[in-house]
Design a protein around this ligand. Sequence first.
Ligand SMILES: [Zn+2]
Ligand SMILES: [Zn+2]
Length: 288
Amino acid sequence: MPIAYVDLHTHTTASDGTCTPSENVKLAAEAGLAALAITDHDTFGGLAEAIEAGKELGIEVVPGVEISTAWEGQDIHILGYYMEWGGERMQSRLAGLRDVRAKRNVRLAERLRQLDIAITVADVERLAQANGATGSVGRPHFAEWLVQHGYCTDMGEAFDKYLGTNGTAYVQVDRISPFEAIDFIHESGGAAVVAHPGLYDADELVERLIQHGVDGIEVAHADHTSEQELHYREMAEQGNVVVTAGSDFHGYRDGVVFHAPLGSRRTSLDVVRELERKARGYRDSSSL
Ligand SMILES: [Zn+2]
Ligand SMILES: [Zn+2]
C-alpha cells in the first residue's frame, strides 16, 4: 500500500495566509496528500470551511492552531492539534491571545512611523482584507505593505530590516509563555508540538519543553536546514516525542510562494494517528 502523507502546518486567510481554507484543501489534494492540518495563528476561524471542503475532496483535515508565545525576548510558536475547538471558553481564550496581537500591531505601526514610514494599522488591514483576509492581521501583512510601497524589495528584506526579531521596528509584547501554551493545549484536550525550533536558537528551552510534556517537535520545516532537521530528529527521539513535518505554507505574495509550497514538507499519516491518540489521552484524563 502506498504511504499516505500529511502536511501538518498550513495557514489560510483566517490568519496571515493568502489562500482560503478550501483552496488549501484543494492544494493538498493536488499535492497528493491524504490529509493536512490547518494551523492558523491563534484562531480556529478557517477550520469549519476546510473540513467541509475536505469532505468533498476526500482529504482529512486535522484541526490545529499555532499559538504565539514569548520566552526571553523571542517569539516561540507552539502548535496545538485536536483541541476541543468549538466551545465558548476556547473562543474567549483565543480572543484574548488575538487581542495581544492587535496591540502589537498598533505599536509596530508606531515604530515604523518613527522610522519615517507613513503606515497605519488601518492601511495594513485594508490591504489584508483586499487580499481576502478574514481574521487577524499579522507581520506578513505589514511586510506586504512595505514591499508594495517600495520600502523593501521583498518579504525577506521586510523581516530582516524591520519586522523580524532583529529588525528596527520589532516590538515585544506580553505574550503567554510556551509552557502556558502547552498547558492550555493539554487542558483543551489537544496535543502540543514545538513549531520550527530551528528558528529560535534556544535548544535549552526546547529540552525544557520536552521535560514539561510537549508531545512533539516539528522536525521538518520549510526554513530548517538538513543539519537542523537531523539535530531536532535526534532531540525528539531522545526525548521520546513525536516527529512532525510542516511546510508552514502561507499562500502566495506577489506571485511568490511565502515560506514553502503546501505539501513540500510531509510525513506519514501514522503521525496524525499518534497525535490523535495523545490528544485523546489528555481528554480522558481531564474528564476524570
Ligand atoms: Zn510559526
Ligand atoms: Zn506557521
